[in-house]
Design a protein around this ligand. Structure first.
Ligand code: ATP
Ligand code: MG
Length: 430
């Protein structure tokens, strides 16, 4: 028997219903294509709700990232109602309704938690259903992760429907797991990370049982599918809460299972805070920069202290530091390469000005980003800012010179220059 059945009410629970006059969500705040979908489902006799994060965000006065629709229409019924509708999803079929080139509304049929005999054999797939197990709105609310993520906005009368006590938790600024945290975390360990992430994003606190559940089930996160953890990690960086969440994950005993072998020292957390602030200022965060930030402190400590150490040795150390993470999370070669270049680049800048190959370094397309990371790192260390400023000047000058160069000059040079074929080197030199 699936222990999760404890979470499913035997009788449909009577929801708290908040009529339109008692909440602030107005249709003006809802994306117009999502409204079209809701109305059309409704006019064909189906239930049509706005669900998940969008209801939460609207009630909090935030702008939702996306609007998701829940309905009792099956995916095939949805498909028949919309001309531009595609069914997607390997295990659970979702309907994507397209409007023009870049607008898409996701419509999901209400579903319930699976019974044990419906769970997939591969534990990596445990988040997904073995079949399309459709359910009632109440069951759909109870299969969700946190109470504040399980609120519905009903297009029929513009009311909010709450089966799980989410409205109360929203008011109390509290993240609470639906059902028993230990059971729900065993079912899907990634929820532990999501709990901490939502707390940080919304400035909420973790409900006591949820916190205890994380303590108790922390080791299970090591068994979650690496691809999902990798995606959630990037979500932390995109939502500029990487520092807060990883710090909190450490204090709840989750971090060492989440990123095995990751050494979280204060310098790392301080650097991550600066990276989050950079993202908050509007600069997009890329995975190679996130990776370099996570491992810069460790790399720094492992680097040779003496002047004149061969750069090949530094490259070897960067590889060594990044390899376990990149291997485990199947990070693409290109991203790993860029992360390594950022680490090695910081080392080059720290060696000081006037070294061999400086002009080449200044013209390298990645150097501005290396310098940006280096500047943040000097802030963390509280030293080296002057050196950073000197590199900044040199970089600006190099960029000016590059611009002043006549446009056709490089071509002419390239055309005129013929390389002599190289003589094969004797084996011993290779
Ligand atoms: P945002 O998109 O702003 O990050 P969200 O709440 O929309 O927040 P999503 O990851 O887009 O989060 O998921 C949409 C909804 O699906 C959630 O609100 C929640 O109800 C449900 N959900 C997502 N992940 C899980 C999970 N691991 N377990 C149970 N329910 C989940
Ligand atoms: Mg979402």
């Amino acid at each position: 028997m699936n222990p999760d059945h404890e979470n499913i009410p035997r009788q449909p629970a009577a929801p708290v219903i908040l009529p339109r006059s008692e909440h602030t969500i107005s249709r003006k705040q809802i994306d117009e294509n999502t409204l079209k979908v809701l109305y059309r489902l409704r006019s064909h006799g189906h239930k049509a709700y706005l669900v998940g994060g969008s209801v939460r965000d609207l009630l909090l006065g935030r702008t939702p990232k996306d609007f998701d629709v829940g309905t009792d229409a099956t995916p095939n019924q949805v498909k028949k109602l919309f001309r531009n509708c595609f069914l997607v999803g390997r295990r659970f079929r979702l309907a994507h309704v397209r409007f023009g080139r870049d607008s898409l509304v996701e419509v999901a049929t209400f579903r319930r938690l699976p019974r044990e005999d419906e769970l997939p054999e591969n534990p990596d797939d445990h988040f997904f259903f073995a079949e399309n197990v459709f359910g009632t709105p109440c069951e759909d609310a109870f299969r969700r992760d946190f109470t504040i993520n399980a609120l519905f906005y009903d297009i029929a009368d513009f009311s909010i429907i709450d089966y799980v006590g989410g409205l109360e938790d929203l008011r109390a600024h509290r993240i609470r797991v639906i059902g028993k945290p230990e059971v729900r975390f065993t079912e899907d360990p990634v929820r532990m990370l999501r709990a901490i992430e939502f707390a940080a994003r919304l400035g909420f606190s973790l409900d006591e049982q949820t916190r205890e559940g994380i303590y108790a089930r922390a080791p299970l996160i090591a068994e979650a599918a690496p691809a999902r953890i990798r995606e959630e990690l990037m979500e932390l960086f995109r939502h500029r809460v990487a520092a807060d969440v990883l710090r909190q994950a450490q204090s709840l005993g989750l971090l060492s299972y989440l990123l095995a072998g990751f050494e979280a020292d204060n310098n790392t957390f301080d650097l991550l805070s600066l990276i989050d602030a950079r993202t908050a200022s509007g600069q997009p965060i890329e995975e190679h920069l996130a990776l370099a930030a996570l491992y810069l402190s460790r790399f720094w400590r492992a680097c040779p202290q003496e002047d004149g150490a061969p750069i090949t040795e530094v490259v070897r150390i960067a590889n060594l530091v990044l390899s376990p993470h990149c291997g485990y999370f199947h990070v693409a070669h290109g991203i790993r390469h860029l992360a390594r270049e950022l680490l090695v680049g910081c080392y080059r800048l720290a060696r000081g000005r006037g070294k061999r190959g400086e002009q080449r370094l200044l013209r390298h397309p990645l150097t501005p980003q290396v310098l940006e990371l280096f500047m943040l790192w000097t802030k963390v260390l509280g030293e080296g800012q002057e050196l950073g400023a000197s590199w900044q000047k040199a970089l600006a000058k190099a960029a000016e010179q590059e611009e002043a160069r006549p446009a056709e000059a490089p071509n002419r040079r390239r055309r005129g220059r013929r390389r002599k074929p190289r003589k094969a080197k004797p084996k011993s030199e290779v």
